[in-house]
Design a protein. Sequence first.
Length: 240
Amino acid sequence: MPRADKGYTEQVGRRREWISHLKRRLDPKSKYAFVSKLNRENALVLDVGCGLDSVRKLRQHAPLATFDGADITEYYMTNEGKKSMRHYWIFPPEIFIDELVAQGETYDGIIVSHVIEHVPHPTEFLDKLVGLLKEGGRLYLSTPTMQSVHFPHVRQGCLNFYDDPTHTAPFDLERWAEAMKPWGKVSYTARHRGGFLLRCLAWLTVPYTLLTKRNTSLTWYAFGFESIAVIIRKGNILSS
């Protein structure tokens, strides 16, 4: 398992906390901006795929909330990152969602950032996950756009969908979000590119990415790599 002592150090963790604040300011549709709306006492938030100290960064923007995290393996976590969570669950991928449901928790917010493209049966997975939302709870879902199968390939990072060998198949987030409308308030952003300043900064990274075949997080904005959906649950989805 990757560990903090294999390159992901405490210093790296602190630097990524700072970067999360910058990203929230530049990108109002980031998961950090999303979670900031849940910054209240007694709010319970679940981060699905919580590697890379994800909850540690999220807590910077919702310090009053309580966080749980779940993943299929320990992926670049510091001790501080683990301490950021009330519960830190590791479940085998083949029983992941069923084990998560079996914990008996419900949440005010669930974050699923670049996870669903790794799941063999994404619709079934999401149906069960949305069932963990409290009424009025919010779900944040981001995934590579369907068009990313046509983007340039890189050797480091991911720009073309298939640059990551653990990806299964592109997920039609727009279609899923449309199907969710009877059950809650839905907002969908196709090929998210951020605001004007972010797009300008992003395009400055494109020559570097194309020449070196190394992706940066800013390059995603230039190409519109990521699509995003936010669901606010209003009723019992699983009863229909």
